[in-house]
Design a protein around this ligand. Sequence first.
Ligand SMILES: Nc1nc2c(c(=O)[nH]1)N[C@H]1C(S)=C(S)[C@@H](COP(=O)(O)OP(=O)(O)OC[C@H]3O[C@@H](n4cnc5c(=O)[nH]c(N)nc54)[C@H](O)[C@@H]3O)O[C@H]1N2
Ligand SMILES: Nc1nc2c(c(=O)[nH]1)N[C@H]1C(S)=C(S)[C@@H](COP(=O)(O)OP(=O)(O)OC[C@H]3O[C@@H](n4cnc5c(=O)[nH]c(N)nc54)[C@H](O)[C@@H]3O)O[C@H]1N2
Ligand code: SF4
Ligand SMILES: [Mo]
Length: 687
Amino acid sequence: MQKLENGIFPAVCPLDCPDTCGLLVHKQDGKIVKVEGNPEHPITKGSICNKVRHMAERIHHPERLTTPLRRVGLKGGAVFEPISWDEAIDEIAGKFRRLSEEYGPESILPYSFYGNMGVLSVEGMDRRFFNALGASRLEQTICNAAGSAGWSYTMGFKGGTSPEDIVNADLIIVWGGNIVSTNMHQIVLAEQARKKGARIIVIDVHRNRTAQWADWFLPLYPGTDTALALGIMHILFRDGLTDEAFLKAYTVGYEELRKQAEEYTPEAVAVITGIPAEDIEKLGKLYGEAKVSYIHIGNGLQHHDNGGMNVRSIACLPALTGQWLKKGGACKGNGGYAEMNARALQRPGLRPNPRARSINMNRIGEALEMTEQPIKSLFVYCCNPLVVAPDAERVRRGFAREDLFTVVHDLFLTDTARYADIVLPSTSTFENTDLYSSYWHHYIQLQEPILEAPGECKSNFELFSLLGRAMGFDDEAFRQGEEDMIREALDYPRNPYLNGVTLERLKAGRHVKLDMTSKDRYLDNLPTPSGKIELYSRAMENAGLPPLPAYTPLVEGFDGIRRPGEGEKYPLMFISPPNHSFLNSTFSNAWKHQQLEKRPTLQIHPEDAAKRGIADGDEVKVYNERGMVQIWAAVTDRMLPGTVISQGLWWEGKDRPQRSNVLTPDRLSDMGKGATFFSATVQVELC
Ligand SMILES: Nc1nc2c(c(=O)[nH]1)N[C@H]1C(S)=C(S)[C@@H](COP(=O)(O)OP(=O)(O)OC[C@H]3O[C@@H](n4cnc5c(=O)[nH]c(N)nc54)[C@H](O)[C@@H]3O)O[C@H]1N2
Ligand SMILES: Nc1nc2c(c(=O)[nH]1)N[C@H]1C(S)=C(S)[C@@H](COP(=O)(O)OP(=O)(O)OC[C@H]3O[C@@H](n4cnc5c(=O)[nH]c(N)nc54)[C@H](O)[C@@H]3O)O[C@H]1N2
Ligand code: SF4
Ligand SMILES: [Mo]
């Protein structure tokens, strides 16, 4: 039995990170003593991030949950008593039966995300269970929904440039992504291109680690990327740098776009973005003259009111210079290549109420306030909504409802679990069987258990099989084993890229590359309505959106007349992106990772700090009408005046409020019903 042996075992990184690394886990006396990258994995190539090098602390953490718990004190007071699994399952199943009878099964809402990227963990038995129960559905739009919709309107298929092709580029633009921290193997590939002469440009609202690594950094005002993309288009059309043959053959709407771009002169775009006109000229020329260019579209620029349009506009650029025939292009995510058989995995047919309502996960605070058809129970797993969801105080107030029956399945007593009625202990990925794909590279991987689960931890798969049986769901779907489900997931002839990927090959080889032969026909198979790249999109027009790229200001803050930092109650744009050492809110409770990040900070420009009498290291209050955090100022000119940055999703402090999401809006983005975390405005003062 692998679990008990000492030695080195192959594993997969389960975290919500595009790199989905192959790992080697060193084990001694039942414990992990070292985690390193698998040198045989073609993308990992033996190197992993610092977060996961310290993964052992998380897996063997003394505060890991090991037994089910029942609340005995007040909601949120985090006083619990241990109970057995039998009691926990009985209590949950009993409550779900009663709620279904009294209020209907849609009074129950699952709330999950990708705390573990395993297909069986978050898109498998759990979905079967909530389908058979007839629970409300969750719109999982907290991450890249806006950008994904914007990309899809333009390109149709949810995939772009392959990682391995990045090395061919002579110009690389990292746009709204901090890939040194969030996608480190892309840096390795970009470095290979750089050795051959490629130039690297970063466009961001602050000089993050990636900007420090780049050859040229362009800081801009938040939410103004569409204007910049149109400025580049203006220069491409004006100076004859477009590939007219490509435009004719593979796009629709290029004449309309040419006209649309006319008004976005470098001078006009400079006013909107804060980038000097001469820099916009230079950028447009560099992009137009590059032989092979590649744009990495990060997640940051789509967490805005106008986030869908930001991605949609940038996605038009490679078509203008014909990059899709030159192995250049762009990537907003490559999940489409690895699409699996979701119907077989999730069994929507089990649902007694195919028209069950959907609740947007970004609006969970509001949803918990509904008085008609109220939500009476929440089942949270693989997610930490009290920290990661917008307008976090509203979310907390919802979770504090005495009449809400909340179950949380996690490895730790997170801020969310503290509000649970029943807490269930989860295994870590290394204790499970699961299947992993990447939303960036093209390798599928298998995880098999290499550790004994501590205490009474159960995987998501075990938990939902057990609950299904306790609810009396007698479909064979609840009796399948992990390997049956993996086979079903991979059996999906509709996706040619999945050809030949089988459980047997995964067991033999650990990672199996997707069959990329049909990528040759990428441009012929674009699933847009026209079958072409849609520079003009009738589908957008039908949805009430501008059919062409068009700049719309953010709802709060900068409007093209008033600059960030000026006037009003909350003059500063507040951006709260990931930090280097946490993975969303995961690791926020791990000592090593906390040491590396030291403490939550607010990066503030010297001009903005001086106006408020703030010096480096001072404790400051950051607030708006939604809430307040108390963190430490780091005075720096890494961004334009008017923008402040706080990196990292910290759990609530023991003696201070520090969850940045108490400040963020729960408005939805222009497309895809996505989150608008970064479209927040705040005021800052000395404590
Ligand atoms: N270390 C680490 N790695 C991670 C994560 C983590 O928490 N920590 N999270 C993982 C997940 S779930 C995701 S989705 C990805 C996200 O990783 P990325 O794609 O890198 O996205 P973000 O880090 O959210 O934001 C990237 C940058 O966008 C900038 N930005 C904000 N607003 C704007 C804007 O209007 N325009 C422009 N041009 N830039 C803007 C931010 O300043 C930030 O530097 O990373 C994954 N990897
Ligand atoms: N302000 C602000 N807010 C943000 C973002 C931002 O940049 N700024 N980023 C947003 C983005 S892009 C994302 S993707 C979300 C991410 O938000 P979440 O998906 O909530 O990510 P995490 O905070 O890492 O929480 C994942 C939880 O799953 C648990 N977990 C891990 N494995 C398992 C398992 O096998 N079973 C169970 N039951 N639990 C498990 C972990 O212990 C952890 O508590 O946050 C969003 N929120
Ligand atoms: S978090 Fe990302 S970079 Fe780090 S080991 Fe996991 S997949 Fe690799
Ligand atoms: Mo994400």
